[in-house]
Design a protein around this ligand. Structure first.
Ligand SMILES: [Zn+2]
Ligand SMILES: [Zn+2]
Length: 270
């Protein structure tokens, strides 16, 4: 099946949400490989989706958050004494805190998911788009492709991903970013390991956000899942690092945790 742009464009949304049949997926991949205009269209759809729609869907405050609010309200009430007007103030403060806490939590959640969407977008465009060779490159070729600054990462990825075939290690671009990107495969499912330099020091995962699932090498790891892809991310200081796993969240976070020390060792560069 050969697609032209006219036929490929309406399929891009389903492509992004992983809903295409294998044969159609293959045809879209093939078209995208040869068509820069459709790749741009895809990136723009992905951007819109990341910004608008995938953000805060489906999240509810967890128990820790609820307890945090309750304790804060109690502490507030305890310092207010027992006069009725003070209780009124306490109640007002409590509702403001609740409102602020909830809004802040929503903002933090949206920001975390927007950050994680960076990794997801590059994985979809590059790994799922099939932009890697049929024959895995040698370690030397990968060192060449990722560039001098990231050479140590090649060996780290090879050493710390037993059971996977490292199908590619290269630099690629998505949105206005460059990614160091390793594509791993195990039993026909792909896992991406990605690193992108932060645009500014403010580009962090919100510190007190409650989505943080675990810590790895001193870094909080943030996770989400989207259409069969488990996405884990952390902030190394100079870079944002991601693992997008089509083999479930456990493998993704384990891989990110195993790589965290090597990722953190990369010297910040101007
Ligand atoms: Zn096209
Ligand atoms: Zn790539």
């Amino acid at each position: 099946m050969n697609l032209n742009c006219h036929e490929a464009r309406p399929l891009l949304d389903s492509y992004l949400t992983n809903e295409l049949q294998v044969e159609t997926l293959h045809a879209v991949n093939q078209h995208l490989t040869g068509c820069a205009a459709c790749r741009t269209a895809l990136a723009s759809r992905e951007r819109t989706r990341a910004a608008v729609n995938s953000t805060v869907r489906g999240f509810v405050p967890d128990e820790a958050f609820t307890l945090q609010i309750r304790d804060a309200v109690r502490a507030e009430a305890a310092t207010r004494g027992h006069l009725p007007w003070r209780w009124a103030i306490a109640a007002l403060a409590a509702s403001l805190l609740l409102l602020f806490g909830w809004r802040q939590w929503r903002l933090d959640t949206a920001q975390i998911l927007a950050r994680l969407a960076l990794g997801k977008g590059d994985h979809i465009l590059c790994a799922r788009g099939g932009f890697f060779p049929d024959t895995p490159p040698t370690p030397a070729q990968m060192r060449e492709q990722v560039g001098a600054a990231y050479v140590p990462l090649v060996q780290a990825v090879l050493d710390r991903s037993p059971g996977y075939v490292v199908r590619e290690g290269h630099l690629c671009h998505w949105q206005d970013r460059e990614f160091v990107h390793f594509i791993l495969e195990r039993q026909n499912r792909l896992v991406s390991v990605m690193l992108t330099r932060k645009h500014s020091p403010e580009e962090v995962f919100p510190r007190h956000a409650l989505l943080s699932a675990m810590r790895a090498g001193g870094h909080a790891v943030y996770t989400t899942a989207d259409n069969g892809m488990a996405i884990a991310g952390l902030d190394t200081g100079s870079h944002l690092a991601f693992v997008v796993s089509e083999r479930g969240p456990a493998e993704g976070t384990a891989l990110l945790a195993a790589l965290a020390p090597s990722l953190a060792l990369l010297a910040p560069q101007p």
